[in-house]
Ligand binder design. Structure first.
Ligand SMILES: [Fe+2]
Ligand SMILES: [Fe+2]
Length: 324
């Protein structure tokens, strides 16, 4: 390969697959998003995802935020810092909530899925620590415990966070009564794996990581959040496999997916204040298109069709950013 020539797609996918934490800072976020979708048509099984987890697990304490602190204090404008905190606080709280809401989902399903789910719980806990470190060391929020730092970032959380994460908390409570209830698992899986991870989280990753990469800011945040996105590839693939298998084993589960999407899309956009996306180089229309694309790609790849009323709701999606 000559210098300056973009590496071929296969090599880029291998780079995403195999990078260590020290190498992943060179990986482009678009290649990680392609990696999320590359396997969706085939959908790896739980033990394959678990083996991949063991290879890709990274140590959140290896990140060095020294340069990020300099960038945050001296190179980013107040407007950029405000927009960044407004978007990432939904993720900080989202990671914490999915980490504590996932064990109830792990209780149901096959033994293979329980083994795999233990790795996703560990991922989500590590992502919570990643944001805890970022908020303490770079943003310099006060607090000596994980809870205190969460409390300090709470005022920045957008009110749209309440919709999908409130719904997930409700669905986790419902599942706690009977962890084997397939319809309750499908509703929970639609909110968590399809909407929160597959649409909201991947959109935040694309927006904040493109900003970091084009401005050459926040290298440890970039490395840690890109590694988080690679973890999300496993979560989304495992989640889409669950939804596809649920519908194949019982076609009435499709109705549960549709009803849950109607609930989610009805709540979407119920906001009284807008995120200042422009500070990070994005217009609301671009974010809308990004979210529609993230949702459509997953549904079409796993063969989940939507009735016209939901398709119309999707075209009217309002920019909403959180994740987990
Ligand atoms: Fe996740
Ligand atoms: Fe996560």
């Amino acid at each position: 390969m000559s210098i300056g020539q973009a590496p071929p797609a296969k090599t880029r996918q291998e780079a995403v697959e195999q990078s260590s934490l020290a190498q992943i800072g060179d990986v482009d976020i678009d290649d990680v998003l392609d990696y999320v979708h590359a396997d969706l048509k085939r959908l790896p099984d739980h033990m394959e995802l678990y083996r991949r987890y063991l290879r890709q697990r990274w140590d959140v304490y290896e990140l060095d935020f020294t340069q990020d602190v300099i960038d945050w204090r001296t190179r980013m404008s107040q407007e950029e810092r405000d927009a960044f905190v407004a978007i990432s606080s939904g993720f900080h709280h989202g990671e914490r909530q999915v980490a504590v809401d996932l064990p109830v989902f792990m209780l149901g399903g096959t033994e293979e899925s329980k083994i795999y789910m233990s790795s996703q719980i560990e991922d989500e806990a590590r992502h919570t620590v990643f944001f805890d470190r970022f908020y303490r060391e770079v943003v310099a929020l006060p607090g000596s415990t994980v809870q205190e730092v969460l409390d300090a970032s709470y005022p920045y959380v957008s009110e749209t966070f309440v919709g999908p994460f409130g719904l997930l908390a409700y669905q986790a409570d419902e599942l706690r009564r009977d962890p084997e209830d397939l319809a309750a698992r499908t509703r929970y899986g639609t909110t968590y794996f399809l909407w929160i991870e597959g649409v909201l989280a991947l959109s935040v990753m694309k927006i904040t990581l493109t900003y970091c990469r084009t401005r050459k800011f926040l290298p440890a945040y970039y490395a840690g959040f890109t590694a988080t996105c690679r973890d999300e590839a496993r979560h989304v693939q495992g989640g889409m496999r669950f939804l596809r298998d649920a519908v194949q084993s019982d076609p009435s589960q499709l109705r549960e997916i549709h009803e849950t999407l109607r609930t989610i899309l009805s709540m979407n956009g119920a906001v009284s204040r807008r995120l200042a996306l422009e500070a990070l180089g994005w217009t609301p229309e671009e974010v809308r298109r990004l979210m529609i694309r993230q949702l459509s790609m997953k549904l079409s790849d796993v063969g989940i069709d939507l009735p016209p009323d939901i398709q119309q709701m999707i075209q009217r999606i309002e920019p909403e950013l959180a994740g987990g």
